[in-house]
Design a protein around this ligand. Sequence first.
Ligand SMILES: [Zn+2]
Length: 426
Amino acid sequence: MFDLIVKGGNLPDGRVTDIGIRGGKITAIESLDGAEAGEVLEAQGDLVSPPFVDPHFHMDATLSYGLPRINESGTLLEGIGLWGELKEIVTQDDMVTRALEYCDWAASMGLLSIRSHVDTCDDRLLGVEALLDVREKVKDYIDLQLVAFPQDGFYRDPTARDNTIRALDMGVDVVGGIPHFERTMADGAASVKELCEIAAERGLQVDMHCDETDDPMSRHIETLAYETTRLGLQGRVAGSHLTSMHSMDNYYVSKLLPMVAEAQISAIPNPLINIVIQGRHDSFPKRRGLTRVKEMLAMGINVGWGQDCVLDPWYSLGTADMLDVAFMGLHVAQMTSPEEMRTCFDMVTENNAKTLGLQDYGLRVGAQASLVVLDAADPIEALRLRAARLCVVSKGRVISRTPRGDASLSIAGRPDRVRRRHQVMS
Ligand SMILES: [Zn+2]
């Protein structure tokens, strides 16, 4: 007797099978004809995927677009200034309310694991308290991992260092940083060193905003790789953005990428925000400012797409849809072969789960019973349609349902409904 059976879905690897769930775990992946279950989800012809994972988000800022004003220039620096204005007026309750609303959106989109940075440049640490509260409130349906993020600079802001350490003492999970925003390259490198040492002492992961600039001489990823290897942190460190790599000298990159691979650093490009923020100081040609995704994948580096922002001082759109994120990444990185498109889907599921260190993730017996049924036949079609999440299961429970995206047609001689799926409709 199963609690739930997902019947006949297409898995991302092409298998067509049933999934049996009991006690919050996947207990069978095989034909379950005749088996009894509390509920059966019919998924014939639909993609059944492990849940989406966002490795880079700012939940303390989300859904604040327009407060207290919008970002006129569209630049990273005006966004940071604007966030500073908002921090002066925001309350902890506001942040919790907005974050919980965002988590509702995420749940409905099958986005069930999120790594969110939380600003530690605030002596009251309101954001830290708010997101620790949210992490607890959503834990039955979303796994929220928090990164202590000194937005205004670990050394540049006079109290950021102490407050970042306090945030870790309060239970924030991951050590963050922003070396390219420190006053000098030397301070940036020193911040990477000290933050990695803090992570090593505490047995924590590291995830830095790293080289989010068009300056090809911003090379903090080099220091991050060096410190990761020196301190034995291999497999526990991520570099977010890495946009300067877009503009770096090719010879230098040929030396850099093997060091990143050796350090087993995960890379987190954030294509929605990178494509709108980078290149703002260029005339023409305008750089895309996305890091070297295909080149890193070819080196065996784990790369996954992140969302970064939804309706906040840096980005005015977004719906918690990791398929939107992958769709943009696919275009900007020109990952258009069938194999590359499938990789783009893996980059918002499996690859990001690896970055976050999720142990119970995936469609396999013994894993946590979290999955998404999509209105698409396979990962490529899911990307093309940004397909509806017909059903979202988190930790063994159905938490969201969305109807299929059919339209009705009133055109003589044509079918009366259209689904935009490429197969013959059943
Ligand atoms: Zn960010």
